[in-house]
Write a protein that binds this ligand. Structure first.
Ligand SMILES: [Zn+2]
Ligand SMILES: [Zn+2]
Length: 344
């Protein structure tokens, strides 16, 4: 089968012919229909992820058709159209059994712990616990992002922060993850303030549902927080850091009203310092979001089926597998390039 193969970190990956995988006893092989191009793929390619062994096939966001099933798989069969969270649980530990596979200590991740979906076929382990059946009539572009950025954003806003219609949310950072967060907040019916230093990103934030935008260009984190508080009559109920920067987290914590909830989605290079005394005095919650278990997908999928959440609106480029090596390199160059998907 054709697959994009990384043979050496940071060296150009190559499109190659490699042996097609076979289904493990508890898993499936999926014939990939479409797969995402995500910043995490770029980090993996640079060698930032210690779980990766070379040679390696990237790709962790996918939609496709079940091609073969292992003998222990009970709930899924050949021919079904499915997607999968990028964190796959083992299916049998206390975390998985309580519906929290996203924090499973024995998790697998396609494109990280084993070969991913930038290939004609990909293996998913513990299929009964991780696969999500999806409607056959939705376009692939509406489904492919559900494995990663939309899952992380939905889980953060809806499951972790319990964001409700009418509440105010401030989203810091309007790249791919930030825009996904804004689209989900819109689908939930929240009031959205979007923040970025880039005017084009703010324009896109408005297009995708932000009610107000704030340019953070030239503002320090205290001034930025003061602006959010002024625009929200005393602070917002929920903040989201979609960037992963210490000063953004500081601004977010300082933007919250009493009993506010901060959701951390952006990945950080190191542990941040922020105002913990304010967390205590205002009884704030600081919440992480790391993907979403298959068990929590139905509510998000319903929004997509109803047309209230349209992940396909974020897709700006559709490429073939042969263009994926170049797309991977380009990810490092341009933060505002939009969202690319690979169709096979
Ligand atoms: Zn991703
Ligand atoms: Zn588990």
């Amino acid at each position: 089968m054709r697959a994009v193969v990384v043979e050496e970190f940071s060296s150009p990956p190559r499109l190659r012919d490699i042996a097609a995988p076979t289904a493990p006893d508890d898993g499936v092989v999926i014939r990939v229909e479409a797969t995402g191009v995500c910043r995490s793929d770029h980090h993996a390619w640079l060698g930032h992820d210690s779980t990766i062994t070379l040679p390696h096939v990237p790709g962790h966001e996918l939609v496709g058709w079940i091609d073969s099933v292992g003998p222990e798989v009970a709930k899924f069969s050949v021919g079904q159209r499915v997607t999968v969270p990028f964190v796959c649980g083992c299916g049998s530990c206390p975390w998985c059994l309580s519906g929290n596979a996203q924090v499973c200590p024995d998790q697998t991740q396609p494109g990280f712990t084993h070969d991913g979906s930038w290939a004609e076929r990909v293996v998913i382990h513990s299929a009964d616990a991780n696969l999500v059946a999806v409607p056959e009539d939705l376009p692939a572009a509406a489904l492919v992002g559900l494995g990663c950025r939309f899952a992380t954003a939905f889980h953060g806003l809806r499951v972790r922060a319990e964001l409700r219609a009418g509440e105010r949310v401030a989203v810091f950072g309007c790249g791919g993850v930030g825009l996904s967060t804004i689209m989900i907040a819109r689908a939930i019916g929240a009031q959205i303030i979007a923040i970025d230093v880039n005017d084009t990103a703010l324009e896109r934030a408005r297009e995708h549902g932000a009610d107000q935008v704030i340019s953070a260009a030239g503002l320090d984190w205290q001034d930025l927080a003061a602006e959010v508080v002024a625009r929200s009559a005393g602070g917002v109920a929920v903040t989201v850091d979609a960037l992963g920067r210490e000063d953004t987290i500081r601004a977010a914590i300082a933007s919250l009203a009493p009993l506010g909830r901060h959701v951390q989605i952006g990945l950080l290079a190191g542990p941040p310092v922020f105002d913990m005394p304010r967390v205590i005095a205002f009884e704030l919650s600081v919440l992480g979001s790391h993907g979403m278990a298959a068990a929590d997908y139905p509510e998000m999928l319903d929004l997509v089926i109803q047309g209230r959440l349209r992940p396909q609106d974020l897709v700006t480029n559709v490429i073939g597998l042969e263009d994926a090596p170049e797309a991977l390199r380009d990810l490092g160059e341009n933060r505002q390039a939009g969202t690319t998907i690979i169709e096979l």
